[in-house]
Design a protein around this ligand. Structure first.
Ligand code: FUB
Ligand code: ZN
Length: 669
């Protein structure tokens, strides 16, 4: 299965068109200003400043006139004492700061593939020129090391993100090449890939990225250029990871030796955070830093599929099961603990201290599509949709200029301010972050959405997401133009119309797990069968035919597996792909006093939030009335004092777009 690309798909969906336009017209221009440190009140990015400083260093190196001015910091971040008085030509920000601008260029490229935009293109060209100018003569490209000491490049793969930055560069370069036909950034990425291959390829030393993404990026670079070395390098990174002797242990001991410290014993469990605690073909549990784990899974799935590697595919299946059956929030978020931004143990999914980083949901979407390509399972589409419609969207304000990094399922602003355990939770979206991985990541995924709706193979077309769109596909070698009409923000009616052409083959629809009873009407000559979550419709398709599918969007109360301690006795509501939540703006404070009846009907309604008309739910419930005169502990009373309450629920993705206030996804029953 291969996703249909930009050239073949055009989105027409009212909701998603607005989202994509928001990214194009507001979010990307805003982020460009941030990358250039021109947004008052937003944390400084330093991105362009670092690129320009590195370019000056590269020029000076070429002229033989370079002297590093600053010692390399011990930690991973460096900030000026006074933001308004940075020292000249000094790197600022996190060691992986370069990647923020790479993701932004990638997002712009997708937008340009949809439609030309001279202003955006010019901004992106300025970014691309700045990146290319910062590349060293041998292809190396990482402003931290260029400015702080190139001689130490690749000596701390575990923490220092050079290969992660390379991955984002390669992804941006492929997208930019596809959008503009220009080779400038692609050549830069290939030269850096060459430099990396010389070091870690077949003639080089063993090594692998501390923060994954290079694996999937190299597969893309291979697909774009046809250069087999890139696919081989992706495979090599996967083969080396977690095998003995552990490369992170070796390099750690080399660093210790340089400081005169005694070596550490080899203990692979120290590298669980980096998914390097065991050979990947033996992996069976999602562990460690959540974004890393999900990017790794995406890369593993790519390599397994492209190389026909069954042992690797089996490991992907086990990791996928661990994530989606034991460690994923109902909102499609992953990363149950803020300690290390990581996966916790199975079923440990706390609502209020959740990490659920926006990037981790983006990465879950990446891996979901690749897992679907690998195993053809419709359930991968369910997960993809869950992450996309809930946590990814929640990461961005409806205005497009404020962002969440962390996405808990329960927020009490007063607690966030006073409880150190909630120090990572922000009750309102922020203009930017010092570690700003999430905002441009959301921008690149949303901009790339046309490539997530359909997949095709020979004489089959899969409809994976219900996003109104037009697609041109070749079915059994015959061209076919199809139109998908739907709007999940309004209901579950879907119509597929053949607009042009005639072809024999299968059009296969995902029957979403949220649709309890799906019904369909087939055009004459087309037969259908239901199989493992897919509706397979086959026959001879021709212009004028329409197929109707009615997805059941009746609101449903959900409970979690009883092994999830956190949500015992609680219910969450879902309508279509949308997970709903209660907000203080509709229901008053102390949301924990509300009680819902999960068996009573939840009535669909509408909510006006941030200028949008969105789906909402109303359910009859109760609000407990605290007895202030009673002691802290009082005799058990069946039927504590309560008043009837009509509870309003709104989509989780739209929360915190009104005033600051409490929010809960899981409600007590
Ligand atoms: O380390 C690079 C990025 O910064 C990670 O993906 C995020 O989790 C944040 O730590
Ligand atoms: Zn992030």
């Amino acid at each position: 299965m291969k996703p249909l690309s930009f050239r073949e798909v055009e989105i027409t969906d009212a909701f998603w068109l607005r989202e994509m336009q928001l990214v194009r017209e507001t979010m990307l221009p805003y982020q460009w200003e941030v990358l250039n440190d021109r947004v008052p009140g937003a944390t400084k990015s330093w991105w362009m400043r670092n690129m320009r400083a590195a370019a000056r260093a590269v020029r000076a190196k070429k002229a033989g006139a370079w002297q590093p001015r600053y010692a390399m910091p011990e930690g991973m971040v460096t900030q000026p004492a006074d933001e308004n008085a940075p020292e000249p030509d000094r790197f600022y920000g996190w060691v992986f700061q370069d990647s923020d601008g790479y993701k932004w260029v990638e997002a712009v490229s997708y937008q340009l593939m949809r439609r030309p935009d001279e202003a955006l293109r010019r901004m992106a060209q300025e970014a691309v020129d700045a990146i290319c100018a910062a590349q060293e003569e041998d292809g190396y490209l990482d402003t931290w090391y260029t400015l702080f000491g190139r001689e130490r490049a690749f000596t701390n793969l575990r923490d220092h993100h050079e290969l992660y930055c390379f991955g984002h560069l390669a992804e941006a370069a492929v997208a930019w090449h596809q959008a503009t036909g220009q080779r400038d950034l692609l050549d830069a990425a290939c030269r850096f890939a060459d430099c990396i291959d010389r070091r870690f390829g077949p003639e080089g030393v063993r090594g692998c990225p501390g923060h994954e993404i290079a694996e999937m990026a190299l597969c893309r670079l291979w697909a774009e250029t046809g250069e087999k070395r890139w696919l081989a390098l992706a495979g090599r990174f996967i083969d080396v990871r977690g095998t003995k002797p552990n490369v992170f242990w070796l390099e750690e001991n080399a660093r210790r030796a340089a400081k005169g410290q005694p070596p550490l014993d080899e203990d692979d469990s120290r590298y669980t955070y980096h998914q390097a605690n065991l050979p990947l073909r033996e992996a069976d549990e999602a562990v460690g830093h959540a974004v890393r784990q999900m990017y790794l899974l995406a890369g593993m799935a790519d390599v397994a599929r492209l190389n026909g590697d069954e042992a690797l595919a089996a490991a992907c299946g086990r990791l996928w099961r661990s994530v989606t059956e034991e460690k994923m929030y109902v909102t499609g978020g992953v990363g149950g603990t803020h300690v290390g931004e990581a996966f916790s143990r199975a079923y440990d999914l706390p609502s209020d201290t959740a990490y659920s980083e926006t990037c981790a949901a983006v990465a879950l979407v990446f891996s979901a599509r690749r897992m679907m390509q690998l195993n053809g399972q419709a359930s991968c589409g369910d997960v993809l949709e869950r992450a996309l419609y809930n946590t990814v969207l929640a990461g961005v304000s409806l205005s497009g200029t404020r962002f969440f990094y962390v996405n808990p399922l329960e927020v009490d602003p007063a607690a966030c301010r006073t409880d150190a355990r909630l120090g990572h939770v922000k009750p309102v979206r922020q203009p930017w972050f010092s570690c700003a991985c999430c905002p441009p990541n959301a921008a690149r995924l949303i901009s790339d959405l046309p490539e997530y709706i359909y997949l095709a193979e020979a004489d089959r077309l899969w409809v994976s997401l219900y996003i109104g769109s037009r697609a041109r596909v070749s079915l059994g070698g015959q061209p076919l133009a199809v139109r998908l009409d739907c709007d999940l923000m309004r209901g579950g009616d879907v119509t597929l119309t053949i607009e042009e052409g005639a072809a024999a083959g299968e059009i296969i629809f995902r029957l979403p797990s949220w649709s309890a009873r799906s019904a369909w009407t087939l055009p004459e000559g087309i037969s259908a069968s239901e199989e493992d979550g897919w509706l397979r419709c086959s026959g001879r398709w021709q212009a004028g035919m329409t197929l109707r599918l009615c997805l059941d969007m009746t609101p449903r109360a959900l409970c979690a597996d009883p092994r999830v301690r956190e949500t015992a006795g609680e219910a969450a509501f879902q309508m279509g792909p949308l997970v709903m939540c209660a907000e203080e703006a509709d229901n008053g404070p102390n949301l924990h006093l509300l009680r819902v009846d999960p068996e009573a009907e939840a009535r669909p309604a509408r909510a006006a939030i941030g200028g949008l008309d969105l789906p909402a739910l109303r359910c009859a419930g109760r609000r407990l009335i605290p007895d202030e005169a009673a002691p802290l502990y009082r005799p058990w009373q069946t039927g504590a004092a309560a008043e009837p309450a009509e509870i309003t629920l709104v989509p989780y993705f739209a929360w915190s777009n009104r005033q600051e206030g409490e929010m809960r996804v899981w409600l007590r029953t």
